[in-house]
Write a new protein. Structure first.
Length: 330
């Protein structure tokens, strides 16, 4: 069982109005509900949005929804919040529509208490709000994190920073990158998207002078937040150990592997004609090259490697996946 609570608040009774948080919430919902192949991922995620005075997210409702999310033994409990954040010397807060001063919202300490005590096997907290990096840190002891086993936190900014919207508004910078990551930008070669790969994507996309995302975790293994279409077929990936008997072996090529010929080479008897069985293998090798698993040796491209009877070899990434296949982990 995978549960998701998604909150976006633009409307505030007493604080400045926002413009992109509701859009962010619906974008996250549209992405996480199903995997890229249409299968259910987080079935029927609960979405709470504060859009106007008639439709608000109240403090009591925000806290109660968080309590229900973490109340059972789900496989994953995902909490996403976009809205105002507030910090003072006693800690940080997530502001509801009826928050008056900021420090009267859902405290990050309360949120962490709910997550830390939850029986859910994986608790994932995603915050796109100012000062959200304070979550999971002790308000009384500097540098001390308070994260129990199975908890992962990803925030838009540090405790000292604000969280910004994209130019023109309408979406958060962090959430836009988060959604891109879930849509496949952070997928590994089998299509899994983990909190770690999401953070890596966001971290690389934000410059050193921009808001800095924060990643905190206490897990033994990463859970997959979503599955996307893998960039290479599983059967091809599992064939790595067939084509390369060892991680440092080289695959010898010759012109019979290459189906294409340059003008004038078709009638050159010194060049072996294409062999259908070998060209099929060569097509797999070229797919490896596209995802950085294989590279030609002493040749700029695979075509040159084949036509000049050179070889190809596994890259460092290719050796990593070779090892995973060899151990039966893929």
């Amino acid at each position: 069982m995978r549960k998701a609570l998604i909150i976006g608040i633009d409307y505030y009774d007493h604080l400045d109005l926002l413009t992109g948080c509701v859009n962010d919430a619906f974008a996250v919902r549209a992405t996480v509900e199903r995997n890229s192949d249409g299968t259910l991922n987080f079935p029927s995620p609960q979405v709470m949005t504060g859009t106007n005075a008639e439709r608000r997210v109240l403090k009591r409702d925000l806290k109660e929804a968080a309590r229900k999310l973490f109340a059972d033994d789900s496989d994953i409990a995902l909490f996403y919040f976009a809205g105002h954040g507030y910090i003072e010397d006693t800690g940080g807060f997530l502001c509801a529509s009826d928050s008056e001063t900021g420090d009267d919202g859902l405290s990050l300490a309360e949120l962490m208490q709910l997550a830390n005590k939850s029986r859910s096997r994986n608790k994932v907290i995603i915050l796109d709000s100012c000062h959200s990096g304070a979550v999971g840190s002790s308000a009384t002891t500097s540098g001390l994190a308070e994260i129990s086993d199975g908890v992962t936190i990803l925030t838009a900014s540090t405790a000292e920073q604000e969280s910004y919207e994209t130019p023109g508004g309408g979406a958060g910078v962090f959430t836009s990158l988060f959604v891109d990551a879930l849509n496949g930008a952070a997928a590994n070669l089998v299509g899994d998207i983990t909190p770690g790969s999401v953070y890596a994507h966001i971290d690389q996309s934000l410059g050193p002078w921009a808001q800095r995302p924060v990643f905190k975790t206490n897990v033994k293994t990463f859970v997959s937040l979503r599955r996307s279409e893998p960039p290479i077929a599983l059967a091809d990936l599992q064939a790595l150990t067939t084509h390369f008997p060892s991680p440092d072996s080289k695959f010898q090529l010759d012109p019979s592997f290459e189906p294409e010929r340059s003008p004038g080479e078709e009638d050159d008897d010194s060049i072996p004609p294409p062999d259908p069985a070998r060209t099929a293998v060569f097509a797999v090798l070229q797919r490896y090259v596209k995802v950085n698993l294989v590279r030609p040796v002493d040749a700029p491209h695979m075509w040159h490697a084949a036509m000049q009877s050179k070889s190809c070899e596994l890259t460092v990434l290719g050796q990593h996946y070779w090892s995973l296949v060899n151990k039966g982990l893929i």
